[in-house]
Design a protein around this ligand. Structure first.
Ligand code: ATP
Ligand code: MG
Length: 745
């Protein structure tokens, strides 16, 4: 070996290089935003491959979203070329989980062609169970119980493991039975939910040490990005895979914290079969999924879990200007529960723009002004791809979408309502699912009477009951009922046709190209016809979507491959090639970076969110602040923050108060934007002062006077009733968002 470092190592700083070259033993990279943690992971994989330490198939690499996995694959490809193609174990916890489960489905009581249910399916299923228990499903909403189950699964708890108090809290004390009935039902359906994609493998690993051992031999290197947001189940899963009992005592101790400037050469250790070669990277300041069960403590106890771990800190931020970094660091310093870290940047050009704070009258004004700003940037040859709008709550998106449509500005919603969630797409998919997997009762129920075939609720219930009594899938029960005289002639004829259709389509699976089969199914079932006859305004769009669905199937080899793709892919794939502004929630922006970032809606009750304020304690507010930190640190060059003086919620105007987070930004790095022509009088003199009469719940805000000079719509700051009304709304959407990106595969 000569002294010349391979190309991919060039340009790394000494600590980054240490993290890349310390391939053996446990390594934790704990560092702030933009310091190159993800880059380290990518380069580390390239290094492992380039030095022949492992085959691509022996590397397990976990990212937080699909998008991140694709991005990582791409970056590794740039470094090592084709070797990256064979990396089957690079993905999210869920995508890797599904792969494991397919291999060992029988150990979880499933067949390998099991279906993955989405949230809608789960809720429908739980509703049935709640009703079957004779419970009032208004008093005990299925959606709520679905969330409770999800929470249990995030902790890796099965029905027998949940705490007594938890079990008693739902459904008149029937929580545990319901959970168990739900799991039994999933098994009968040959299906699982997203939580099972982790929980089943965990249980399999525990019950079958031989299987676990197979993976210990298989995975020579384990890498995890965004480690601060792993939940308990993910943590248990990782520990099972990474901790090898035989390895205890063999791990060389002593090399814990590595100070800056220490020689990176000391790193490479000899390979040992039992060694725990796990590398996790994360930032405690960016832990933003606590509300969904993420345990930031996982990162704090890493060196207890993996004795002798090398802990590496990175301090140079390569992403942002000094103003942006200064603003973000100052803000996050208001949190108490943090490890604390230094960050510096060498990007300090006197021409760099300060962080801009803008005021708008209301959200329409805000969207209009952001649109103008974007167009101005565009006219100076900035790419739309380099700009993003990051919102606290998804309802904020609509205003921007509307505005951009009006302006003809391309945009894409990331992690948002997607193509595959549309009604017509879900219907079509349900047909495909039943054809691919006859036991998929939920899919069957969805379309058995779509289009209308004269199968009323009673008939469907009869199919349902027969299926349960005979312990067979509903499709099979339908076939049986169609041959018996237990049913009235009309529904009977309808069922006979349904059963015959599915039997025929299933028979075509192996002989007909899947795109062709899909077209046949949609034609022969009368589904396409249904929309052709539909007079509503959106029917033509739906027909177009169905065509697009068939087109998109061409990229997959089989119907099953396609169905799996759709079940798993949660990231929106909105025309990746188009130059477009990205719109997404702050939660989905983790790990990403853009030249210009717009952060609208910095108002009390929206950001920080009312939910966090209502909690009263420090932890909710601190998580909001970490979210703000994530938002600020996405920007490389330009950062624009917005707040409005008024918001219209459910048709009612309410005046609002600038976010306390604005006050927590250091004045040296912040500039308040000049009034736009349309705003009327701007009370610029208010910077640093307090406007009398406004009851700001957290004290004086130096932004109180900004932008509200013309008078708020309602100057009496009433109890934030709107905020509470809004909370219900945003909470629901937020949690959807969250679980979406968390479940993305
Ligand atoms: P986050 O906490 O937001 O996920 P991160 O720590 O993962 O951030 P990266 O996304 O890996 O940071 O890196 C931030 C930016 O800095 C990227 O554009 C990356 O290419 C660049 N970068 C990282 N290290 C270096 C380096 N040594 N030289 C030049 N650029 C670098
Ligand atoms: Mg990263």
């Amino acid at each position: 070996g000569g002294n010349r470092a391979p190309d991919y190592l060039a340009g790394l700083n000494p600590e980054q290089r240490l993290a890349v070259e310390t391939t053996e033993g446990p390594v934790l990279v704990l560092a702030g935003a933009g310091t190159g943690k993800t880059r380290v992971l990518t380069t580390r994989i390239a290094h492992i491959l380039a030095t022949g330490r492992a085959y691509p198939s022996q590397i397990l690499a976990v990212t937080f979203t699909n998008k991140a996995a694709r991005e990582m694959k791409h970056r590794i490809g740039v470094l090592v070329g084709e070797a990256v193609e064979g990396m089957p174990w690079l993905g999210t916890f869920h995508s890797i989980g599904v792969k494991l489960l397919r291999r060992h489905a029988e150990l979880a009581g499933l067949r390998s062609d099991f279906t993955i249910l989405d949230t809608d399916d789960v809720i429908r299923l739980i509703k049935q169970l709640i009703q079957a228990e004779g419970l009032d499903d208004k008093r005990w909403p299925a959606r709520q119980f679905a969330q409770i189950i999800d929470g249990w699964k995030n902790k890796g708890l099965g029905p027998s493991e949940i705490p007594e108090g938890d079990a008693r809290a739902f459904a008149n004390g029937k929580g545990r039975e319901l959970y168990k009935a739900y799991q039994d039902r999933l098994t009968t359906l040959n299906a699982c939910d997203f939580g099972d994609l982790l929980c089943h493998p965990i249980r399999i690993f525990r019950a079958h040490p031989d299987v676990l051992k197979e993976y210990h031999r298989k995975f020579k290197y384990i890498l995890v990005d965004e480690y601060q947001d792993t939940n308990t189940a993910q943590y248990m899963w990782l520990r099972l895979l990474a901790q090898r009992p035989e390895a205890r005592g063999h791990v060389p101790a002593g090399q814990t914290a590595v100070a800056e400037g220490q020689s990176p050469q000391a790193a490479v250790r000899p390979v040992s079969e039992n060694q725990v070669n796990i590398c996790c990277v994360g930032d405690d300041d960016q832990s933003i999924y606590g509300w969904r069960g993420a345990e930031v403590d996982n990162i704090l106890r890493f060196d207890k879990d993996f004795p002798g771990a090398t802990v590496i800190r990175l301090e140079r931020n390569y992403r942002s200007t000094a103003h942006i970094l200064g603003a973000a660091s100052h803000l996050i310093a208001h949190n108490e529960g943090r490890l604390g870290k230094t960050l510096f940047t060498e990007k300090a050009d006197p021409d760099d723009a300060k962080v801009m704070v803008h005021a708008a009258w209301d959200s329409e004004e805000e969207a209009r002004a952001v649109g103008e700003e974007i167009e101005a940037l565009q006219s100076r040859r900035h790419n739309l791809n380099d700009m993003a709008i990051l919102v606290r709550a998804s309802f904020q998106m609509r205003e921007f979408e509307d505005r951009f449509v009006t302006l003809g500005l391309n945009y894409r919603v990331i992690g948002g309502p997607r193509f595959y969630e549309r009604q017509e797409i879900r219907d079509a998919m349900a047909y495909f699912r039943v054809v691919a997997q006859g036991a998929d009762d939920l899919a069957f129920e969805r379309i058995v009477n779509v289009p209308k075939r004269g199968l009323g609720e009673a008939a469907i219930r009869q199919v349902h009951d027969t299926a349960r009594a005979m312990r067979v899938p509903m499709l099979e029960a339908a076939g049986k009922l169609a041959e018996s005289d237990e049913m009235k002639p009309k529904p009977r004829a309808a069922l006979r046709e349904v059963a015959a259709n599915f039997a025929r389509w299933q028979g075509l699976i192996d002989t007909t190209p899947h795109t062709e089969l899909a077209e046949i199914i949609l034609e022969e079932s009368g589904y396409t016809e249904m929309w052709k006859n539909d007079k509503s305004a959106d029917a033509p769009t739906r027909l177009e979507n169905l065509k697009e669905l068939i087109r998109s199937m061409e990229e997959y080899e089989s119907l099953r491959g396609f169905l799996e793709h759709v079940a798993l892919v949660m990231d929106a794939e909105q025309n990746e090639n188009l130059d477009a502004v990205s719109i997404m929630t702050l939660h989905s922006a983790k790990g990403l970076e853009f030249d210009t970032v717009f952060l609208p809606g910095w108002e009390e009750g929206l950001f920080p969110h009312q939910r966090a304020l209502d909690e009263g304690g420090r932890s909710g507010l601190e998580e909001e602040r970490r979210l703000a930190y994530v938002g600020l640190t996405r920007a490389k060059k330009n950062l624009h923050l917005w707040f409005t003086s008024n918001r219209r919620i459910h048709g009612l105007w309410q005046s609002t108060i600038p976010s306390r987070f604005l006050d927590e930004l250091p004045e040296a790095h912040v500039e308040v934007a000049e009034a736009g022509s349309s705003y009327g009088g701007y009370g610029m003199g208010g910077f640093g002062e307090r406007q009398a009469g406004r009851q700001n719940p957290y004290g004086a805000s130096r932004f109180d006077n900004v932008g509200s000079g013309a008078g708020s719509f309602s100057n009496t700051y009433a109890t934030p009733g709107w905020q509470r009304a809004q909370q219900n709304r945003t909470e629901a959407t937020d949690r959807n968002w969250g679980s979406r990106s968390g479940h993305s595969v």
